[in-house]
Design a protein around this ligand. Structure first.
Ligand code: UD1
Length: 378
């Protein structure tokens, strides 16, 4: 027998030995490709990345699609949240949904073919989420979806389509709330659903403490002592100048300054055509820590963002949601979150509602959602 065949026999013998298999299993390093691309995904991925990178049983590869690419829409989050630089950046940039998603699909496929991960991790409901999940399952790499099961039941939102498709094709669904679990059960997905709590709650607990240690470092210039904080970026609000005008008119009735960090898509629509009321202070988009501080110090928040609705709730600041519905229905009680749509009268009424006196509910987990997700993957 040649020494080569003898070696192979010994190896085969060892592989059949259960003790050897246990050792191999024990040292197995799980390779994960994390697909991110837009602001809220950086915040969610930060909670998991921090743990994945200190756990020697994982090797995480960060894939940035480049959906958000401005310095203050992307890089600032990596710096502040101490997320390592992405291993890959597809730099797809802006475009129609089909163009943007198509370019991402092509790019993600190439990286997954090259890296051959054990799992692909996707977050939330953006075009990057959908592309990451679709490219991966087609290559038979299982997909885990963090923040699964959210539903607005409004199929006009591109995000709703992204969520439904991603949940349907993923292999493991991590639900942030009991409502999300229920939605997935209703769709026949109970067997692959795990309730973990919300990774955005993990993030806020971790970074709020950091922010409070050095609040001066995160102070934005030109902000008055008393103000409402507003953000508008959803297509349903920005794609119609009339709606945007209504929102600004309502903001002018607050009797206070309204600080509006402005998303590039909203800036495009606002430029030229709409007169900005004098109490509105337009500023550039901010990093996560600056936004936390600005939220914490505001009178109330007016927003169409899902993330900011929750951040306001976690920080104990009442919110007015400038959409017809919300996926985060746990926050809608006792004036903590009032859903008004874009109707100026309803918004003005909500602005003048008294502060809630009833405590907030603790329905977003225990601040350890990331650990639960990682244990489930293990
Ligand atoms: C995307 C997500 C939305 C999420 C939001 C967070 C989808 C369908 N939507 O919306 O769910 O709440 O991110 O912010 O995935 N732009 C720039 N610079 C940038 C990024 C965008 O100038 O760095 C401009 C471009 O003109 C672009 C527009 O903003 O066309 C919209 O960007 P896009 O990424 O398509 O969607 P968002 O509105 O940011």
């Amino acid at each position: 027998m040649s020494s080569d065949s003898a070696n192979r026999l010994v190896l085969k013998d060892r592989e059949q030995n259960p003790a050897y298999r246990t050792v191999v299993f024990y040292f197995y390093i799980m390779k994960i490709v994390t697909v991110i691309g837009a602001r809220p995904q950086f915040i969610k991925a930060a909670a998991l990345s921090r743990i994945l990178r200190t756990d020697s049983s994982f090797h995480e590869i960060l894939l940035h699609t480049g959906q958000h690419y401005d310095q203050n829409m992307s890089e600032i989050f990596f710096r502040e949240l101490e997320i390592p630089s992405p291993d890959y950046n597809l730099e797809v940039g802006s475009g129609s949904h089909a163009v943007q998603t198509g370019l991402m699909l092509k790019g993600v496929e190439e990286i997954i073919q090259k890296e051959k991960p054990d799992w692909t991790l996707v977050y939330g409901d953006t075009n990057s989420t959908l592309a990451g999940a679709l490219a991966s399952v087609k290559l038979k790499v299982p997909v885990a979806h963090v923040e699964a099961g959210l539903r607005s039941f409004n199929r006009e939102m591109p995000e709703e389509i992204n969520r439904i498709v991603t949940d349907r094709i993923a292999d493991l669904l991590f639900a942030p709330t009991k409502t999300a679990v229920q939605n997935l059960e209703n769709e026949g997905l109970a067997a692959i659903t795990r309730f973990t709590g919300d990774v955005m709650y993990d993030s806020i607990l971790f970074y709020r403490d950091k922010m409070l240690l050095h609040p001066k470092a995160y102070k934005t210039d030109g902000i008055p002592d008393k103000y409402f904080l507003a953000t508008i970026h959803r297509a349903e609000n920005t794609d119609h100048p009339e709606i945007l005008k209504n929102l600004l008119t309502a903001f002018s009735e607050t009797g206070q300054s309204v600080v509006l960090p402005i998303h590039p898509r909203t800036r495009k629509v606002l430029t030229g055509s709409i007169k900005i009321p004098s109490n509105i202070i337009l500023i550039d988009p901010l990093g996560y820590m600056e936004m936390l501080l600005l939220t914490q110090n505001s009178i109330k928040v007016l927003t169409d963002s899902g993330g900011l609705q929750k951040e306001a709730y976690f920080l104990g600041i009442p919110c007015i949601t400038l959409r017809k519905e919300t996926e985060w229905i746990e926050t809608v009680h006792d004036n903590w979150n009032i859903v008004t749509g874009s109707d100026p009268e309803q918004i003005i009424q909500a602005i003048h509602q008294p502060y809630p006196t009833v405590p907030r509910k603790e329905e977003f987990g225990d601040g350890h959602a990331a650990e639960k997700i990682i244990n489930a993957l293990k």
